[in-house]
Design a protein around this ligand. Sequence first.
Ligand code: HH2
Length: 271
Amino acid sequence: MPDVTPAFRIMGIVNVTPDSFSDGGQYLDAAAALAHARELEAEGAAILDVGGESTRPGAEPVAAQEELRRVVPVIEALADGGTQAQISIDTVKLTVAEAAVDAGASYVNDVTAFRHDPELAGFVADSRLDCCLMHMRGEPRTMQDDPRYDDVVSDVKAFLEERMAFAVAAGVREERIQLDPGIGFGKTDAHNLELLRRLDELVALGRPVLVGVSRKSFLGRIAGRPVDERLAATLAANVLAFANGATVFRVHDVAPLRDALTVAAATLRAP
Ligand code: HH2
């Protein structure tokens, strides 16, 4: 039997926020966010990650009511329109996840890995949702204040193992869990690069590894580029992550990454 598992899945970013670091305010209006999500799907996104709260360094938390107002109409319209992509809700809040799932989401992307709202794990289990557990040191407001680790990869790996055990104990099936090193979340540039270089050590945990490097500031510092000129750097980092075993890629620019990963997969996975 030929292996029909796709070599990679692209998660397209749909930020319905005024303050996201690279596209804040561009898709705050539900109609604009919806059109953007449909475009990302047409470009090849297998997952659409809809978020109403920025997690950029220094970001202030958003009230649940406001987050709901931003994301629910977009998810509802996507689901009603018969999207083929899986809809992900990028939230740390149980109430937001519940409403998003009612509206049609089936994936929870919680950047706190169920630490902000531990009950979210039980909800994911009972509703048979997929989820991403991400590593973050501290919280967005303070995470970039002098981050230190004994060994960043071992520390992140131990954290992800512990959060996976927590989720499984709450009833989430292991097959539904994806793991994410949390690039840029409480890490120096050297930490980010070491995680990408040694990603195979996280892949060894046996779950799909998701990476989110799109347009992030460490790429800007390395390449010497402002946020709207980081596509080439984003593609390079994602292709290297793929070569090191990542299989899910969270990005703003879906079409160019699909081409880049298709070539990478054809090269690295030749029969
Ligand atoms: N990065 C961001 C947000 N959510 N989720 C996962 N699983 N992994 C990530 O690396 C990740 C994430 C930050 O990027 P963005 O959504 O573009 O910006 P903002 O948080 O400012 O909305």
